[in-house]
Every structure is written in C-alpha cells, then in structure tokens.
Design a protein. Sequence first.
Lengths: 183, 323
Amino acid sequence: MILWDTPRVAAHIDALANAIGARYAAALQPPLLVGIHTGGAWLAQALHRRLEDTLALDEPAGTVDVSFYRDDLARSGVPPQARPSQVSTSVDGREIVLIDDVLYTGRTVRAAMNELFDYGRPAAIRLAVLVTRNGRQLPVAPDFPAEMLSLEPGERIKLAGPDPLQLHLLRSSPSAHDATDAP
Amino acid sequence: MMRPTPPDVLPLRHLLTTDGLSRLQILSILDLAESFLPVGARAVKKVPLLRGKTVVNLFFEPSTRTRMTFELAAKRLSADVLNLDVAHSSTRKGETLLDTLRNLEAMQMDMLVVRHAESGAADFFARHAAPHVSVLNAGDGRHAHPTQALLDMFTIRRHKADFTALTVVIVGDVAHSRVARSQIHALRILGVPDIRVVAPRTLLPVDIETLGVRVVPHLETALRDCDVVITLRLQRERMQGTFLPSEGEYFRHYGLDAARLALARPDALVMHPGPINRNVEIASAVADGPQSVILEQVTNGIAVRMAVMAQVLGRAPGRESAA
C-alpha cells in the first residue's frame, strides 16, 4: 500500500535537502553524503542532486551495504544480495551525512557507523532519514527533522524505487518477523 | 520478510569440489566475492562477519598462496585462525586423521580447511565431521581444488562479459592437476562452449574428453582466437618415473611465449594458478606481460575465499544443501 506518493516523497526530500543545506552553508568543507543500501542509497542520490551546487559537493554520493556488519548472522545467514560498499577513500577528518529511508531499531545505523570507521576516522557522522518509526532498540536519533510514524506490530515501511520513489506500507503477520530481526 | 530461496541456490555446508555445483551456486559465490573485493582496499581490511568463529587450516602438503590467502580471508572476516603445520604435529607421531578431527572438534572449531596429497581426504573429513563443522577442500591429490577454480572464474568474469561466448585453453600438466579438473567443471557449468586442452600425451588423462573438453595436439592450433589461456604448473613432485624428456624440451613444445600468445585474441587473458616455473611452462615476458592476470588471481583469491567462508558459515539454520 502506498503511504506517500512520489510528489509527497519529493517534498520531504526537498525539506531534508534544505535542512542539510542550511547546516553546512557556512562549512569550510562540504560533507560527504553516504546512503545505506538500498533505500538510503536512492535517497542519497536524490539529496546529492539537490545539494551538489549549493554545497559544492566534491565527491559523488557513497553507499554502504551493512550486510557484513549485521549482528544477526546466526539467524539470517549472509544475504545473497549483498552489494559492494562505495565510500570515498578519504573519509579522514570529513563530516559524513549518513542517509537512510527509515530509522527503526537503530541496528542498521550502528552497523553502518562501524563500517564507516573502517574507511578512516571521520570528523563527525550526522544522521538524515526520511521517516522515523517506533521500535528503537539503540540510542540513535536523526540530526535533521524527519516525519514520525507510529506503526502496529507486523507493519513496516520502506522506500520503493529508484524510479519512482514511493513510501510503501507493508503488512505481515507479527510472527513472520520479530523486531530484533531487523538490523 | 525473507524471500524463499530456490533449491539450486541453497548455501553449501562444505565445499569439496566444483563438480555438481549449480550455475546459480557458483554465481552467488562470485557475486558475494565482488562485495568483499573492496574490503581489501580500505584502511581497515576487515569486516566483523565471522567474529567468534574458529577456522583451522590443516595442511598436509606445502602451500604458500593457498594457505596464506585462506588465512587472510578468515582474518579479514574476523574469524580466529589456527594453522596446523602437519610437519610438526601429532600426525607425525601416528595420530589418525579421525583422531586429529575429533581433537580439533574438541577445540570447538567451526571450519576445517584441508589440503592433502591423497584424493578424497577433504571428503573423508566432511563425512566424519560433527554437524556444525564445515569442511573446505584446499586441494586433495589430483582430485579437486574448488576455491582455486572459483577464483579463476571470478577473475575471468571481471574481464570477459559472457562465459557462453568464450574459448578457453588449458595447457600443461593436466594429469596431475586438481586445478585443471576443478576449472573444467566450473567452466562447463558456467556454459563455456569451447575448452581446449593441450598437454604431452604422458600428462593427459585418457578420459579427459568425457569432461566435455577438446584435446588439441598442438599449442599453436589451440591458441588461435582464444580468449583465455590457463597455463598449469609442471608438478615435478607428483611425477614418479619418466614423463618428460626434459624441461627445455617441454618449453619448446608447450611453453607459452610471446610468439605463441600472439596467436590468441589480442585481449586474451594469461592465467596461472602459481607457483610458476619461469621459462618451463611460461616465458617470463608473458608471465609479467600486460595480458597476465596472475597476480590479480592472488588478490581475487582472498575475496573469493572470504565469500565461500561467509556463505558456508553464514548459512542460516535449516537452509543448506546436502552437497
């Protein structure tokens, strides 16, 4: 079921881009945008297009696939669709804006931060998401305004894309997956 | 949430041979290896995937590349690695293979990487291993060397788009080569239509054509318009009796030099599983030349071995194939 249609997703991306743009308007060095595979990666591309000129971004948007940093190997195994991560080789001393579609348990963000630190020592990592939902299991919060949604057990939301971008609401029986399964 | 996995891509519990793998099983390993390749280029060349797992390298035969890259692969996955140097171990004091296995299991190992001079040794360990233990064959006798074949497929795929349009030449000591056998199976499974094998009659197994290859008597004929040339090492340690008049004579007929390589396609890849005998099976100028991917094979070997280890140890409970 479509929760947000394409124009509504675009409006939220615009708002997020404005917030990121405002934060780094006076920065000496532009931030690196890094999206979490897959929804976050599409979002990072969209934000990059909007901010490329205003912030004079000097690197393409990076992506991280946290498959190798998940904490649930024993439960789920290695996902067959793992993708190579692509992060600028010079994250040392840079500010990174880490981008995901939905902030849920916080485990994915934790895994992504662990991976980013294996590329070097960033000056800071800020979190940008389109939507936050209930069910946090770790002390993780976004640094830029995001829409807050409250979901019932068995419901989840995800960004569908890359073209068109839409926010989908999916329902499954609560027993089919428990919250701790989602990294 | 999890899509059901079709039966032919079930993750393996052991990897003993490429014979009988499905195309999708091979491709899923190659795809996963693609994700591990960039890890080697990072500041921290390590991912936490196999943290807390114990991998034992049990090598009954000398090896440099294979043992080191297996060790590096396990370490880059954050597993703990034990290297059992058999020359100094209790097997020298008469411990049986089964007792060695039971003792390693008592040390709570999760994976055994075995190299042995006898064909079937890895299979023996796989048959007797406790249910949670996985066995990887790092080369058994003349039988199989599956991770070498997979890293070769990975290297070919990074340069050549379509396996089903390739002509591959395998030249050298095919009779003693577990690498050649595993390569031939993998190439066939991936749909390579034209595999040409060149070797002196004494180094050619009689039944080789049943594997789906063509025996070509002269290297010059075989090389014409081929896309990949795989040279094999002359395995002097496995030769008892007289197989060859001399190494010089061998090079004159079967050595890959620049003049012969010119018969292949201009973008043909030159491969060798190592270690190379310079100017015995391959001329130095060719081994070090622009078409050679011999050192790339070594680097790729780490990523492919990481992929195999991750897939075997990272298989979800109840989602495994019997193979």
